[in-house]
Design a protein around this ligand. Structure first.
Ligand code: BGC
Length: 393
């Protein structure tokens, strides 16, 4: 994934003379972390800014180089300064952490997505991962343990972690699929292991809770909360878990009335027609199930509504725009922050019907085509997100 940025950075570091002159972000700037150990509690986003990480920055800088329209290029360049989460989606990518961490000033919090469960993406094909569902022990020893070591080695830096997008929600709603049945134990044990071992003073964690159109259905609210809470408890109720994250790589509005799918025939069976209402209805369920119930919400690509044919359409939605920038100013006491989790411009999945990871959702009429493999850069899609951004850049 994103090998371009990765390779460029290492070329710059190794000082290869033949390498092209490094762009600004290819040089890792050593910045001062905090002068003493960070102790996080409560809403970290109130006092610290989500870090605009070097990897997304280098993707944006490369994208801007390709643009001939000067006004679009200058708008696009501003995206590099927006804080976003860095996805550690393979064991190999743990290697980028040292450079990413070295760059984080004390005022910022580095957002990381923990995303490499055995049998990953059990209900779809686009993001199937590197570990088979039988490889829980590798997940623990080759993925989680080395990440834990890096975060422990940097006690003066603050980290916010999004824990395993889609995993537990899939166990609630896709339990009929053989792939998700196979993944059930490794997901639960893997997430519990991650929560338990990443429970460090300089870390705050949010467990993925899907979105309003997923666990927000009346029949899913309680089973969803009980699934998340049972894994949280299996981890020993770690105190650095602050709650959940919703709308990761998603498209739902924060607040929209009526919601995009509210007047559908089955709309009456769901009260959570925007993410704000999802917080309102899911947070009390989390609380009664016995787990912390603060939210962060991904607003990275939700500027334009009315694009999806169906609520469940998740792949490279055509016509989308960058949404509200990361802020702790949410107007909702249970919502700690709006954040950008999915790095806009990176694909959700390939539209190449012959690819192993082709998922039919990426071929639907409302999906942007052509699109490359999940996680790889799609220049045309990025330009569309910039053009349709609200607020505009
Ligand atoms: C992909 C990951 C990628 C992430 C962020 C996911 O859909 O599977 O490989 O890192 O999106 O773009």
């Amino acid at each position: 994934m994103k090998t371009f940025a990765y390779a460029a950075i290492f070329a710059a570091i190794s000082g290869a003379l033949a390498a092209p002159a490094p762009t600004k972000s290819n040089v890792v700037r050593k910045r001062a972390a905090c002068s003493s150990a960070v102790q996080l509690s409560g809403n970290v986003f109130k006092n610290k800014k989500l870090h605009a990480n070097i990897y997304y920055r280098s993707e944006i800088e490369a994208a801007v180089q390709q643009m001939s329209d000067a006004s679009l290029a200058s708008a696009a360049a501003k995206v590099a300064d927006v804080g976003s989460f860095l996805w550690i989606d393979t064991i190999e990518r743990i290697g980028i952490l040292d450079d990413a961490i070295a760059e984080v000033p004390c005022d910022d919090v580095l957002g990381l997505v923990i995303y490499d469960l055995p049998g990953r993406d059990c209900a779809a094909k686009a993001s199937n991962g590197e570990l088979a569902y039988t490889e829980l022990s590798r997940y623990k020893s080759e993925y989680i343990d080395p990440i834990v070591a890096k975060l422990k080695a940097n006690p003066n830096t603050a980290f916010a972690l999004v824990i395993e997008p889609d995993s537990l929600p899939n166990l609630v709603t896709n339990a009929d699929l053989t792939t998700c049945q196979n993944s059930a134990t490794p997901y639960k044990e893997g997430v519990a292991y991650a929560l338990k071992n990443l429970n460090l003073p300089n870390v705050v964690m949010y467990i993925d809770a899907g979105h309003g159109g997923w666990l927000g259905w009346n029949d899913n609210l309680k089973p969803g909360a009980s699934m998340l809470a049972s894994v949280y408890k299996a981890a020993g109720s770690p105190k650095q878990v602050q709650g959940v994250v919703s709308n990761v790589a998603g498209w739902n509005a924060w607040q929209l009335s009526p919601g995009e799918f509210e007047n559908d025939e089955d709309g009456q069976w769901n009260k959570c027609h925007d993410e704000k209402r999802y917080v309102q209805y899911f947070a009390p369920e989390l609380k009664s199930a016995g787990m912390p119930n603060h939210f962060i919400v991904d607003t990275g690509r939700n500027a334009v509504q009315g694009l999806r044919e169906e609520w469940g359409d998740w792949c490279n939605v055509n016509g989308a725009g960058f949404g509200v920038r990361p802020t702790s100013n949410t107007g909702d006491s249970l919502t700690d922050a709006f954040v950008w989790v999915k790095p806009g411009g990176e694909s959700d999945g390939t539209s190449d019907t012959s690819a192993t990871r082709y998922d039919s959702y990426c071929g639907k009429p409302d999906a942007f085509k052509p699109s490359p493999e999940a996680g790889t850069w799609n220049q045309a899609y990025f330009e569309m997100l910039v053009k349709n951004a609200k607020p505009a850049f």
